[in-house]
Design a binder for this molecule. Structure first.
Ligand code: NAP
Length: 211
C-alpha cells in the first residue's frame, strides 16, 4: 500500500495551537492541491484525536476530479468516534481501525452507524496489521491527514512512502501544541527523508519528500 502523509504546519512545526482547534494554516491553492491528493487516493485517514478535535468530513469538494470519492479511515483503538461524527456521514465506506481493547458495545454502535470496524492489536491499533486488512478491502493508495500522534506512529512503523508538508508563514508556538510528529519521539535513529520538490504556494511553501 502506498501511504502519503499530507499536513499543514506553521513555520515552528505546529499543526494547531494549544487549544487543539483547527487552524487555517494554508490557503485556496493549497486546498486545491490537497483535494487532488484526496482524489488520487482510495482512502483518507486521520487519528481519533483529529475526529474529536475537528470533526472532519474528509469530503472531496471538487467533483470534476473524477474517480470514486475516497473511503474514510480513523485510527481509534477504543472506538471513541462519536456515532454522529461527520466521518460517518454519507454513503462512502468508513473503516474504524480499533484494537481488542475497544468495548464491544462501542464497536457495535459504530457498525450500526455504518462503519466497518477492523480490529488489530491489543491496546493500541497495530497499524501494519490494520493496513493489510485495509488492502484486502481494495485500499492501495492511502492519504493520511494527521494528526501528530498518528503521523509519528506511521513513521515509527516505517509505513510512510511520501510526505508533503505545507509550511504556512506563521508562528503558532506553545510547548503543548501538536506538531507534525508527536508520540514518544525518536532519540537515536531518525527517519531520513529525500527532498524531491519545493514549491511556493499561497503565502507559504510545499515540501515534498520521499521516505
Ligand atoms: P491524532 O493523531 O489525530 O489521533 C491520535 C489518536 O489516534 C491517539 O490518541 C490514539 O487514540 C489513536 N490511535 C490509534 N492507534 C494509534 C496508533 N497506532 N498510533 C497513534 N495513535 C493511534 O491526534 P493528535 O495528535 O491529538 O492531533 C490532533 C490535532 O491535530 C488537532 O488539534 C487537529 O486540529 C490537528 N490537525 C492538524 C492538521 C493539519 O494539517 N494542520 C491535520 C490533522 C489534524 P486511542 O489510544 O484512543 O486510539
Amino acid at each position: 500500500m502506498h501511504v502519503h502523509v499530507n499536513a499543514a504546519v506553521s513555520v515552528d512545526g505546529k499543526l494547531s495551537s494549544t487549544r487543539r482547534e483547527q487552524i487555517s494554516i494554508s490557503g485556496d491553492e493549497d486546498f486545491a492541491r490537497m483535494e487532488t491528493i484526496r482524489a488520487e487516493s482510495d482512502a483518507v485517514m486521520v487519528g481519533v484525536g483529529t475526529v474529536l478535535a475537528d470533526d472532519p468530513s474528509l469530503e472531496r469538494h471538487d467533483e470534476s476530479l473524477g474517480r470514486e470519492p475516497p473511503a474514510r479511515v480513523v485510527a481509534d483503538s477504543r472506538a471513541r468516534t462519536p456515532t454522529d461524527a461527520d466521518i460517518l456521514a454519507g454513503d462512502r465506506p468508513t473503516y474504524v481501525l480499533a484494537s481488542a481493547a475497544a468495548p464491544e458495545d462501542r464497536r457495535r454502535a459504530l457498525e450500526r452507524a455504518g462503519a466497518t470496524v477492523i480490529v488489530a492489536g491489543d491496546e493500541r491499533v497495530a497499524l501494519p496489521e490494520a493496513f493489510d486488512e485495509l488492502a484486502s478491502h481494495g485500499v492501495s493508495r492511502l492519504m493520511v491527514e494527521g494528526g501528530g500522534e498518528l503521523i509519528f506512529s506511521l513513521f515509527a512503523a516505517e509505513l510512510v512512502d511520501e510526505l508533503t508538508v505545507y509550511v504556512g508563514s506563521m508562528i503558532i508556538g506553545g510547548r503543548g501544541a501538536p506538531t507534525l510528529a508527536d508520540g514518544d519521539g525518536f532519540v537515536d535513529e531518525f527517519p531520513t527523508l529525500e527532498l524531491r520538490d519545493v514549491a511556493r504556494l499561497d503565502d507559504g511553501v510545499v515540501l515534498t519528500y520521499d521516505v
